[in-house]
Design a protein around this ligand. Structure first.
Ligand code: ATP
Ligand code: MG
Length: 362
């Protein structure tokens, strides 16, 4: 909640794969940034979630975790590798989706800004993908009856897309309000040529919201076409608003165009809560090797500080958020980065460099 206190209370959910490597890095960076900004320290609450929670609590998302999170100011959420869970958990809504549903974290905001001389495939890129997080083509993750996918016979699988006016409207408002704080341009991404009802509704409701934001330029592109335009002229995009699955796919593309998916942050939010979660997944192929890039998780934590600072009107939190991104950018600019960005730093040594930059920002 929003009760005034000595400092923020934030949950920490390490998650699977590289989560236990990158989430603690983000915790240390937040501590250092708050200290540098003269803000009160965080009271961290580490909570069970994911494969480790199956081992310790017999479920990937214990009720106790949900209860405690409800009383925090927000949380850092590690990645989830639900397909690696034993049955029956593999077939169920994974804990990341369950958290989004439980707290109605409907907006998934995923910025991608080019990193590093020579590394970014699109050096001009500075785009934010605003992904609807509760329905669309991932309706199975959260709807309604939890029956977004089913098999009427063993040889036929049906997957339902769900598009609801009120849910489209609120994500469009998120996108247009964000654009007002940026370069005042929103691109609606859809596929209304093939799916005229579902995606036509998505496009049309976004356009209705656009009409209430006449100071923001609006255009729209089909999902397939925007992949081409991002590669050819990525610098022209400001805010992109789209449905759940398209946003998942598009943000992998924009993250990699910016330099590496390992740098792509995200913030899941409702009107009252927010959770920092890297845009990438659990990266099981590199887990446990101390090579994962912690930037995505660190910048996600910075987004959470900015969100909380804006909500509370707390300049120290805004200052801390700014310090996080400045420290990340200055270390990469100095050539210190993990191998996904072409460097040789480990997760540990890169994090140490960011902490050093926070302690001495000059
Ligand atoms: P999910 O379904 O959970 O989104 P995914 O199948 O999209 O998972 P990711 O786990 O995001 O896959 O990984 C995609 C690729 O990006 C993998 O090769 C992975 O190693 C790489 N990758 C992801 N995150 C990082 C990171 N933080 N640092 C370096 N490489 C990463
Ligand atoms: Mg993915």
């Amino acid at each position: 909640g929003d009760l005034p206190g000595p400092g923020l209370q934030l949950g920490v959910l390490l998650g699977d794969g590289i989560g236990p490597e990158v989430v603690p890095a983000a915790v240390r960076v937040v501590d250092a940034a708050l200290q540098a900004a003269g803000a009160a320290p965080v009271r961290w609450r580490e909570l069970p979630m994911g494969a480790a929670a199956i081992a310790s609590h017999g479920t990937p998302l214990p009720a106790e975790t949900l209860d405690v999170l409800a009383g925090t100011d927000g949380w850092l959420l590690g990645p989830v590798d639900g397909v690696a869970y034993p049955e029956p958990f593999r077939s169920r809504l994974n804990p990341s989706g369950a958290l989004r549903k439980h707290f109605d974290l409907y907006a998934n905001v995923r910025p991608a800004r080019a990193f590093g001389a020579g590394r970014a495939l699109c050096p001009e890129l500075d785009v934010v993908v605003v992904r609807e997080n509760t329905e669309g083509f991932y309706a199975d993750r959260n709807t309604h009856a939890g029956t977004g996918e089913f098999m009427p016979t063993p040889d036929v699988a049906l997957s339902i897309g769900v598009f609801t006016r009120s849910r489209i409207e609120r994500i469009a408002v998120t996108a247009f309000e964000l654009a007002r704080r940026r370069r005042r341009h929103v691109t609606i991404v859809h596929k209304a040529n093939v799916l005229p009802l579902a995606m036509g509704l998505f496009r049309d409701v976004c356009r209705e919201v656009a009409a209430r934001h006449p100071d923001v330029v609006v255009d729209d592109l089909h999902m397939d076409a925007i992949t081409v335009h991002l590669l050819r002229r990525g610098g022209d995009f400001d805010v992109v608003v789209t449905e759940n699955m398209f946003g998942d796919i598009l943000s992998d593309l924009t993250g990699e165009l910016a330099g590496s998916l390992g740098t792509a942050p995200s913030l899941n939010s409702s009107d009252t809560r927010a959770a920092a979660q890297a845009a990438h997944g659990s990266a099981p192929d590199i887990a446990g090797q101390d090579v994962a890039d912690p930037i995505a998780m660190v910048l996600s934590a910075g987004m959470l500080l900015e969100w909380l600072g804006t909500r509370r009107g707390d300049p120290a939190l805004l200052d801390a958020a700014h310090r996080v991104s400045a420290a990340v950018r200055s270390t990469v600019a100095a050539g210190v980065c993990t191998r996904d960005l072409g460097g040789t730093a480990s997760t540990t040594s890169y994090t140490a460099a960011v902490l050093a930059a926070l302690a001495d920002p000059s």
